[in-house]
Design a protein around this ligand. Structure first.
Ligand SMILES: C[S@@+](CC[C@H](N)C(=O)[O-])C[C@H]1O[C@@H](n2cnc3c(N)ncnc32)[C@H](O)[C@@H]1O
Length: 185
């Protein structure tokens, strides 16, 4: 409850957060269900917020794993820096810019990318850049999991990933309800 209130306070001061509440435990569980059998040696997350998903991933990662999170909001960055885990690397910046560099550094070498950034407030070119860079950084059979209130990214995901390898779920138990789209390379 306290964490939801802290999230709300931060969200009220930044419209780019695109939500008033952190992901519910039901969304977290639904995202985790998509990870069964997935290697988690190198994971990237766009828009970790206060780290509600980040912490769950870290619990499931091997000791020599690496998790890179990209966040724009300074208050969330402060919260994230309190997570004491040597496997976690925090980048201050946008997914659009960071994904270009990550693509060059980790070409086809990332097991999983997660994103909950509000794609609806990004322009079409930025959306395309992020999906394209993400596709390139993923290893064969790596996954891109997008969770957000709108299925706006679905058509773009279908341009890069095989439609048979995309699965969409809708979780009502979140404010507001959330689409969870999982695309496997
Ligand atoms: C809807 S919140 C989700 C937070 C958290 N992942 C969760 O599930 O509760 C979206 C997050 O993305 C961040 N964000 C928004 N635009 C971004 C961008 N272009 N690049 C990186 N992070 C962004 C916001 O600051 C916010 O922390």
């Amino acid at each position: 409850m306290q964490e939801q209130l802290n999230f709300l306070k931060i969200a009220l001061s930044d419209h780019q957060i695109g939500a008033m509440t952190r992901s519910s435990k039901y969304v977290v569980r639904a995202v985790m269900r998509n990870l069964r059998g997935q290697l988690l040696r190198r994971v990237i997350e766009y828009g970790p917020g206060d780290g509600v998903i980040t912490k769950e991933i870290l619990k499931r990662m091997p000791r020599d794993g690496e998790m890179i999170v990209i966040e724009t909001n300074p208050k969330f960055l402060k919260v994230l820096r309190k997570i004491e885990d040597p496997r976690l690397k925090i980048i201050e910046g946008t997914a659009q810019t960071a994904s270009k560099e990550l693509k060059s550094n980790y070409n086809a070498n990332v097991n999983l990318v997660l994103s909950s950034i509000p794609f609806s407030i990004l322009n079409r070119l930025d959306r395309k850049e992020i999906v394209s860079n993400t596709f390139e950084m993923l290893e064969e059979s790596g996954k891109f999991i997008v969770f957000q209130y709108s299925p706006i990214l679905l058509s773009l995901l279908k341009k890069y990933f095989n439609a048979n390898n995309i699965n969409t779920q809708f979780e009502l138990r979140n404010i507001p309800p959330m689409f969870i789209m999982s695309a496997q390379k």
